[in-house]
Ligand binder design. Structure first.
Ligand code: HEC
Length: 98
């Protein structure tokens, strides 16, 4: 009997840890869960050349300010079907070149 109740208490404690872990995981924003690295403008220039002139003429990085590029890339990322890291790399390139 003593063995069973110790097992039950252990199970309850384990379930408690799992519940707390799940709560913490859900409280973490999605962006923070992706292993996020800062944008790499060297990768960004190639990604920009490969992806950003498919639908329209290439837009000069100097046409927009940093904050405008942030908004534009978040829209164009969806149109271009780019992953988060690729979009960050392109944004880093555009913001370094304007
Ligand atoms: C799948 C097609 C497609 C791809 C790929 C694409 N764009 Fe666009 N882009 C559009 C369309 C359509 C518009 C105009 C309407 C809109 O804003 O959705 C546009 C508009 C723009 C504008 C004008 C915004 C303004 O307010 O004047 C800029 C700048 C731009 N795109 C930059 C980019 C960059 C940078 C990339 C690469 C990350 C990119 N685009 C990739 C379709 C695309």
């Amino acid at each position: 009997m003593a063995g069973i109740s110790r097992f039950r208490i252990g199970g309850l404690i384990a379930a408690g840890f799992v519940a707390v872990a799940v709560l913490f995981y859900q409280a973490t924003p999605l962006e923070a869960r992706e292993a996020e690295k800062p944008g790499d403008s060297v990768r960004g220039v190639t990604l920009w050349a490969d992806n950003c002139a498919r639908c329209h003429a290439m837009r000069d990085p100097k046409e927009f300010r940093d904050d405008q590029w942030r908004v534009i890339v978040s829209h164009m990322r969806v149109r271009a079907g780019l992953g988060g890291q690729d979009a960050r790399d392109i944004l880093a390139f555009l913001q370094a070149s304007n």
